[in-house]
Design a protein around this ligand. Sequence first.
Ligand SMILES: O=P(O)(O)O[C@H]1O[C@H](CO)[C@@H](O)[C@H]1O
Ligand SMILES: [Mn+2]
Ligand SMILES: [Mn+2]
Length: 399
Amino acid sequence: MTRAFLIVMDSVGCGGAPDAADFGDEGANTLAHIAQACAAGRADAGRSGPLRMPVLDGLGLGAAIRLASGAETPGLAATPTGLWGAATEVSRGKDTPTGHWELAGVPVPWEWTTFPDTDPAFPPDLLAEMARAAGTEGTLCNTHASGTEVIERFGAEHLRTGWPICYTSVDSVLQIAAHEEAFGLDRLLDVCETLAPRLHAMKVGRVIARPFLGSEATGFARTQNRRDFAIAPPAPTLCDRVQAAGRRVHAIGKIKDIFSGRGIDTVAKGSDAALMEALIAAGQVAEEGSLTFANFVEFDSLYGHRRDVAGYARALEWFDAQLPRFLATLRPGDLAIFTADHGNDPTWHGTEHTRERVPVVGYGVGVHEVGIVGFRDVGATIGAHLGVEMFDMGKAMLP
Ligand SMILES: O=P(O)(O)O[C@H]1O[C@H](CO)[C@@H](O)[C@H]1O
Ligand SMILES: [Mn+2]
Ligand SMILES: [Mn+2]
């Protein structure tokens, strides 16, 4: 028996989605546009020159981007030595749960409910229920907004009135920001948990608690205590299947939240730097036959949504530079797959995710070109590697 490691680099897409135009994203390409900006000297803050990702590129990252989209990938030109290809999503959503569920074998069969870009974005009865759940006279913002900007804009008023800051985006989400000390973290989590069943019944995918700290004088900043209350996946996923086979499933990052707690045995949380240490520790100690499923969110939350190209490039280079320590923990017969859940092209207009294919690069099976596959085939590959029955959930890409 051998182990599997499924590592999602949140939002690290590679363009080429055949239905990108339906999402207003034709031409978006997170990785290629970052590589091109780096090579052109347009991403020199805190780093410089062409994008350097020798480990993932060596496995086949540059080749995967070119396969997915035909884009040029300056700096990423290695001959692949690993499993490599790119995956296309079929579910009609470009959000995190949709991407992860389909990677885990379960496409989303329904249309998500999103809120219109109006002021307010939420219907009157929901606004009233949000205030009731918070025990306040009202709620602040109530429109589409960017999460870092919204706490700067409403932080002081929040401290004055005690009202929670409620906002949404093109994703199927209700996000609630509140001060960890003045409002209280537990109270914020309770409000989100109280509202979640009603939102889930409306097919709104997640209620997200967005705690922050700070003051008008110091400025406001979000903390690590974000919590997602997600709707449950519509069918058993890879995590459930692995667990049902009597194996352990180790979640690193927000995986447990994304799967609504289902099919997970252990959880490690923290910054991406802390998650990398957790991944390395899992490489050292994870049991034979186990699945370690990781999500590294900062590419998306700190750089993609903020349209920070140099920051995104720094994060990619940091991640790649850590990988030798992780790969050194792998044993003969282990499989590690690196992929993504959607795009978030920092050179694109707006501040939202972008519909893209995602790279699929793997370590542990030698050189193996898999071509263009489906998101579900990633889960099927992990299942096949672990010898776990995945039924009709995709096609394994093993040699
Ligand atoms: O601007 P922030 O709060 O980071 O919001 C982003 O995070 C949400 C959940 O991942 C997405 O819907 C996106 O809008
Ligand atoms: Mn995501
Ligand atoms: Mn996001």
